[in-house]
Design a protein around this ligand. Sequence first.
Ligand code: GLN
Length: 275
Amino acid sequence: MTVEELIVYGKKYTSSTHTKMLLAVLLEVNPLELLNILDKVVDDSIVNLYKESLKALNENRPIQYVIGHVNFYGLKFKVNENVLIPRFETEELVENIKNYLDKKKITNPKILDLGCGSGVIGLTLKHFFKDADVTLVDISDEALEVAESNAKSLGLDVNFIKSDWFSNVPLDKYDVIVSNPPYIMTDEEIEEIVKNNEPHLALYGGKDGLDCYRKILKDINNYIKDDYLIAFEIGYLEGQDLKELIEKTILNSKIIIKKDLSNKDRMLFVEENID
Ligand code: GLN
């Protein structure tokens, strides 16, 4: 079949945007270039892969899992059903950490990414701070496998630890501790496509969404340097409650809640209070 025939065929199963995205990935071209190769005859093996992928999309599987990788902060990351699909909000979290380190002129930070999933946070930071000492932690072997494969394909040298939050992390002091833990509340309504496809281990954070932050906060004082940044991604309703928990746990801290581009509370930063 030709590219043009495949585009027409695809529209029976999914949106024309997804059709073109998928085909572009399979043919390793930019979606816009498809228009220049409409008459090209496509190999049967690719046609079969394309048809299988269309079927998956038609069954409401997320395009990121079907394609098998995403772009995060300009870098290519493998994803599969064992890890959360990275969100734009998490790029904002990384950007804030990057700005903090630039402002403080720290070029070789020690960074701990708790609950790393595919590794987007820790690995992106390592990409930008080549002299950083970055450790990625997850409880899931399957997630660690994805993160390790991403480290390899991006050529980044980082440490991995299988651990339930701090339980297996050797005592050490970090400049930055970052986490995008599971924070969806047990009864919270979320999109069907998320609920039916993404790992619940990475999504749900108990009745009030704060269970994982409680576990992290229990040990965090032992792992931060005098001058530190803690960066959390948070559920949009959780900022105030988490702030109160932190005030009780980390003394003399300055806590800042920040909104994402959709104007929802999405990040919480803790620094030493120097005022
Ligand atoms: N941002 C994700 C969502 O809204 C949840 C991520 C998380 O729980 N850490 O589906």
